[in-house]
Design a protein around this ligand. Structure first.
Ligand SMILES: Nc1ncnc2c1ncn2[C@@H]1O[C@H](COP(=O)(O)OP(=O)(O)OP(=O)(O)O)[C@@H](O)[C@H]1O
Length: 326
């Protein structure tokens, strides 16, 4: 059975103009990690707030364990009791210590147990060394972990994270990804997060939800969606894919194709077609090359770091591509 169900849920902020989300159907099982992906303004945060009970749908219903979720006007403190939401805004007490910020979520009925659980939670999120520091003295990434610790100390069934990776560098990202996985695995918390960076979602999630213009247009395992994106929007969102349409080197067909930048091979010697180098940028594991082909730009990831010069003629081969649906 689903832990959370959205049935034909719509929330429109502006009458007559599409905004928010419309006609969303969704089932989330306990213990899953879900990532909501989509371009800016497509309705990701609105979806999260509807699940939490911060917003009330104009149509349809949101159920938790089969029971309709109450909206903010029906509750003293808005938000479902068995869920916790961590947003990008700092909701911590900036001038209080880390320990106190986290412990404040627990009652004072057993002070020893309160202290012990706070310590355990800090250890789990690897912030115990920060216990005596004030929030204002922490980096954005450290504050993020404190906010998560504060959210999970009361053992919610669901943790909603709005852009958890937005403030942190790539090393901390790995650690936070690992923490999120451990929260899901060991504490069995269902995690629903919003991200604009597809790599976070691809690495972590049991399910990706791809949102466009307020609608879930695709839902499934990251691997399945990556290998068969079906739509240009999806392919571009999750892998910066090039849309292959009306190129002379393609077979004459009505079908459009998407090709990820690493699926194009560049060479000076030969290839299926040629193009002109527009730019190259070093990106660490590869160089990102913009290639002008028949007046359009193809984005290519070249792991060989061929020392191309702008304006040069080069050949390319497409190693593999994905067929798109109409
Ligand atoms: N309180 C509100 N009043 C009016 N319009 C709103 C409100 N909240 C959101 N919207 C509009 O609804 C749409 C979806 O907003 P939402 O914040 O859910 O998008 P998002 O996908 O999370 O965007 P981003 O990635 O930029 O945070 C946007 O067009 C936004 O302007």
């Amino acid at each position: 059975m689903s832990l959370i169900q959205l049935k034909n849920v719509s929330k429109n902020f502006l009458e007559g103009i599409p905004s928010g989300v419309s006609d969303v159907n969704l089932n989330i099982k306990q213990g899953e990690i879900i990532t909501i992906l989509g371009e800016s303004g497509c309705g990701k945060t609105t979806l999260l707030k509807l699940i939490y009970g911060y917003l009330v749908p104009q149509q349809g219903e949101v159920l938790f364990n089969g029971v309709k979720i109450k909206g903010p006007s029906e509750k003293l403190i808005p938000g479902h009791d068995e869920m916790k939401m961590v947003t990008q805004e700092v909701t911590l007490n900036l001038y209080a210590k880390v320990f106190d910020n986290i412990a404040s979520q627990l009652s004072n009925s057993d002070l020893q147990a309160k202290s012990q659980l706070t310590l355990q939670t800090m250890e789990f999120l690897r912030i115990d060394h920060l216990a005596e520091k004030k929030i204002i003295e922490l980096s954005g990434g450290e504050q993020q972990r404190v906010a998560i610790a504060r959210a999970v100390i009361t053992e919610p069934k669901v943790l909603l994270l709005d852009e958890p990776f937005s403030q942190i560098d790539s090393i901390l990202k790995r650690q936070l990804r690992d923490d999120i996985e451990r929260l899901s695995k060991f504490l069995k918390i269902t995690i629903i997060m919003v991200s604009h960076d597809p790599t976070d979602g691809l690495a972590l999630s049991d399910q990706l939800l791809i949102v466009k213009d307020g609608k879930i247009i695709r839902q499934g395992h990251p691997r399945e969606i990556y290998l068969n994106p079906q739509k240009a929007y999806v392919a571009n969102l999750i892998g910066k894919a090039n849309l292959l349409k009306n190129f002379s080197f393609l077979p004459k067909t009505d079908t459009d194709f998407a090709v990820y930048p690493h699926q194009i091979n560049l060479s000076y010697e030969n290839g299926m077609a040629n193009g002109i180098i527009k730019s190259t940028h070093f990106c660490g594991a590869y160089q990102e090359v913009e290639l002008i082909v028949e007046s359009k730009i193809l984005l290519v990831h070249d792991p060989q770091f061929i020392p191309f010069t702008n304006g040069e003629l080069v050949f390319f081969d497409i190693l593999y591509y994905q067929e798109l649906e109409h």
